[in-house]
Design a protein around this ligand. Structure first.
Ligand SMILES: NC(=O)C1=CN([C@@H]2O[C@H](COP(=O)(O)OP(=O)(O)OC[C@H]3O[C@@H](n4cnc5c(N)ncnc54)[C@H](OP(=O)(O)O)[C@@H]3O)[C@@H](O)[C@H]2O)C=CC1
Ligand SMILES: N[C@@H](CC=O)C(=O)O
Ligand code: NA
Length: 358
């Protein structure tokens, strides 16, 4: 049996709990013993019994106490059976605590990109503490949501393949936006600003969609994959094309941004038309280039025959060109949204539970 403490019960965290509830009678046995958002936490009673996942929301409201991260972590780390902390926040503060979680004997599972794409010192500390304490850190959902991108890359490297280039559409939000906005052979369609709002309503975007449109979210994914590949990539130096119109970059709230985005619809129409005049479509791509040194994130025009041009919905596509796969190994599918993100987190939890049981 593995005990789990969940930090973050928003869109993705709530979906994870629903998926765990549906798994309740299967093996390996996973028990949620603690959960918290930024204001309230619920620690199970009696101590270390499983929280009833069909009523957790009411229980958090009615029996929850004021959130206290250090008390939360102490509770989970003193679990009588092995325990995992699942971080479903986008918080830097929580990400900075992973070395402590590992020192306290916890395994870590997360879709939060901050720890793996921010300061290199934190990243290295996490890798070292995991090794020293023989604990596991799984973050499959940080790139391509539940798509097996990180596990595939690690398997290629572990088995001695040489990575020549990784290229892809890594943002569910930007994939959806440009798949809808700039379709091969399509003239009409919705305005750019309307499509951004739909992407937010569908749960693809970061809490503030500017964190997708400014390229930072894709840049984080490029840094995560680059570091696994052994490259020294950093958000400070990676070339990134920010497509948030300049006057909207410093607005205080995301709702203010969304309400003013339509002022720039004609700017995006012009970009689309220029691409179309050359029989091309707009796509927002990320590149990890260990050989040519051309890693970066940019909006490009691609011929309509290019595999990236025919994507649908919020699909991601990731092409690994390696010594063994000179014709790239391609992974494609939904790369954002609560269900597929929670699937990646859940499968990471199961991988840890399987190893602990064997
Ligand atoms: N949506 C998607 O398609 C994908 C999302 N992800 C990642 O998943 C993560 C979660 O995203 P999502 O569910 O959409 O985000 P939400 O904003 O819906 O939920 C975030 C949750 O984290 C809680 N939280 C934030 N800060 C803290 C804190 N310091 N202590 C405790 N709890 C905290 C929030 O609590 P409160 O409500 O009280 O603020 C909320 O419960 C993000 O890192 C995102 O990048 C990754 C891949 C795909
Ligand atoms: N906002 C992100 C969510 C997953 O990381 C995206 O659109 O891909
Ligand atoms: Na993934």
């Amino acid at each position: 049996m593995v005990n789990v403490g969940i930090i973050g019960v928003g869109l993705v965290g709530s979906e994870l709990i629903s998926q765990l509830a549906a798994h309740a009678n299967s093996t390996p046995r996973i028990s949620v013993i603690a959960l918290t958002n930024s204001s309230k936490q619920l620690l199970s009673t009696p101590t270390y019994s499983p929280i009833d996942l069909s009523t957790w929301k009411q229980a958090l409201q009615t029996q929850g106490t004021t959130a206290n991260l250090s008390a939360f972590v102490d509770y989970v780390s003193n679990s009588p059976t092995p325990a995992i902390i699942v971080d479903n926040t986008a918080s830097q503060e929580i990400a900075s605590q992973y070395p402590l979680f590992l020192k306290k004997g916890l395994h870590v599972v997360t879709p939060n990109k901050k720890a793996f794409s921010g300061a290199e010192t934190l990243y290295k500390e996490i890798v070292e503490e995991a090794k020293k304490n023989k604990k596991l850190v799984f973050n499959e959902s940080t790139v391509g949501a539940g798509l097996p991108v990180i596990s595939t890359l690690k398997d290629l490297i572990r088995t001695g393949d040489k990575i020549n280039r990784i290229e892809g559409i890594f943002s569910g939000t930007l994939s959806y936006i440009f798949n809808e906005f700039s379709k091969p052979g399509d003239d009409k369609g919705k305005n750019f600003s309307e499509i951004v709002k739909i992407a937010k309503d569908n749960g693809y975007t970061e809490p503030d969609p500017r964190d997708d449109l400014n390229g930072l979210d894709v840049a984080r994914k490029v840094v995560i994959l680059g570091r696994i590949t052994g490259m020294n990539l950093s958000l400070d130096t990676l070339p990134v094309e920010n497509i948030v119109p300049e006057p909207l970059r410093n607005l205080a709230t995301s709702s203010e941004f969304l309400s003013r985005l339509s002022e720039f619809d004609s700017h995006f129409d012009n970009l689309k038309q220029t691409a179309k005049n050359n029989n091309q479509t707009l796509r927002y791509v990320g590149v990890i280039d260990p050989i040519g040194g051309e890693s970066g994130v940019k909006l490009v025009s691609l011929p309509s025959s290019h595999p990236f041009a025919s994507l649908k919905g919020s699909d991601n596509i990731i092409a690994f060109t390696t010594q063994r796969f000179p014709n790239p190994l391609i992974i494609q599918g939904a790369g954002a949204g609560a269900a597929v993100t929670a699937f990646g987190i859940f499968s990471d939890i199961l991988k840890i539970a399987d190893r602990l049981e064997s």
